[in-house]
Design a protein around this ligand. Structure first.
Ligand code: ZN
Length: 304
């Protein structure tokens, strides 16, 4: 079990060695020049790993339609991690009351109204609504990168509340989705090796919420739906941190978003996600705080 003290020590090390700036909230940080340089390098490494995919590039803002969010079923699985956008739509008089609430230290959030927007829960989630209906091909591939939000404040620099996932997504036949998931476990391990990170693959065990969530978790393990590439960040004995995960969603999004293959079957989907910030902190953990000291093949791979 990793002690919070280990998380604080690693975060402080990243701050003191010039990789991060802290804000007043755990899990929300400012990234500095070396961090940005390395994340650009990682982007290039992952782009090369997927160069043969002929994937359609899609970039979304950190917000997406509430209707899409609800179709992902994320609310049922992870209500505790979700982020919802609310705003003020009252009158002048309501605004005076709002400011009075705020001045009195009351919860002025209760005076806001729910919008049609949610913070992005996984970077592939905004894409599925674009493919509702019948696909023109039985193998659609997407290259997505975007900001994700998870409400899990922690001093662990590998567990941010806002972070980026670079994903390659497959939408099409069941066999194609399974192959995509498996193929990207192999490719993800190759990317980790290129970066000098000691990764092992393991079946994921997500912390689904509540009683219904325990069944989802059991199903996830039993059906081997998600495989994570784990890299130790807190000693060889600690559980590794997932820097990459490769998922097969079966027909979940196909059913919920009404996506069918050219033959009229329900489409299956799969995605691999590379956690950009996690890979950066993994590199610092394993190669040290000075990029000049990193192994030359790793620097070359990152173009640094
Ligand atoms: Zn995804």
């Amino acid at each position: 079990m990793v002690d919070t003290a280990d998380h604080v020590a690693f975060r402080d090390h990243l701050v003191e060695s010039g990789w991060l700036r802290r804000t007043s909230v755990d899990g929300v940080v400012g990234r500095t020049a070396p961090f940005v340089a390395v994340e650009r390098g990682i982007d290039a490494v992952v782009t090369r790993a997927g160069a043969d995919q002929d994937a359609t590039v899609l970039r979304f803002p950190p917000l997406f339609p509430r209707e899409s969010y609800l179709r992902t079923d994320y609310l049922a699985s992870f209500p505790n991690l979700s982020g919802s956008i609310h705003t003020f739509e009252g009158t002048d008089r309501d605004a005076v009351a709002l400011l009075a609430q705020q001045a009195a230290g009351e919860d002025w959030g209760l005076s806001l109204v729910t919008t049609d927007l949610m913070l992005v829960s996984a970077s592939c989630h905004p894409s599925y609504e674009l493919f509702a209906g019948q696909l023109e091909s039985d193998a659609v591939r997407l290259d997505i990168e975007g900001w994700c939000f998870r409400r899990e404040p922690s001093p662990d620099p590998a567990r941010a509340q806002a972070f980026r996932q670079r994903e390659f997504v497959f939408i099409g036949t069941p066999d194609g989705a399974q192959a995509h998931r498996d193929e990207w476990v192999t490719r993800g391990l190759a990317v980790m090796a290129e970066l000098g990170l000691p990764a092992v693959s393991d079946v994921a065990n997500d912390p689904f919420f509540g009683r219904a969530g325990r069944m989802l978790a059991a199903n996830q393990i039993e059906e081997v739906l998600k495989i994570e590439l784990l890299v130790p960040l807190y000693g060889a004995d600690s559980p590794g941190t997932a820097l990459v995960s490769s998922n097969c969603h079966r027909d979940h999004f196909g059913v919920n978003f009404g996506i069918t293959t050219p033959d009229g079957e329900i489409a299956h989907t799969a995605c691999v996600g590379f956690g950009i910030e996690r890979i950066v902190v993994g590199l610092v953990r394993h190669h040290g705080p000075r990029i000049e000291d990193w192994p030359m093949p790793v620097r070359e791979a990152l173009g640094l």
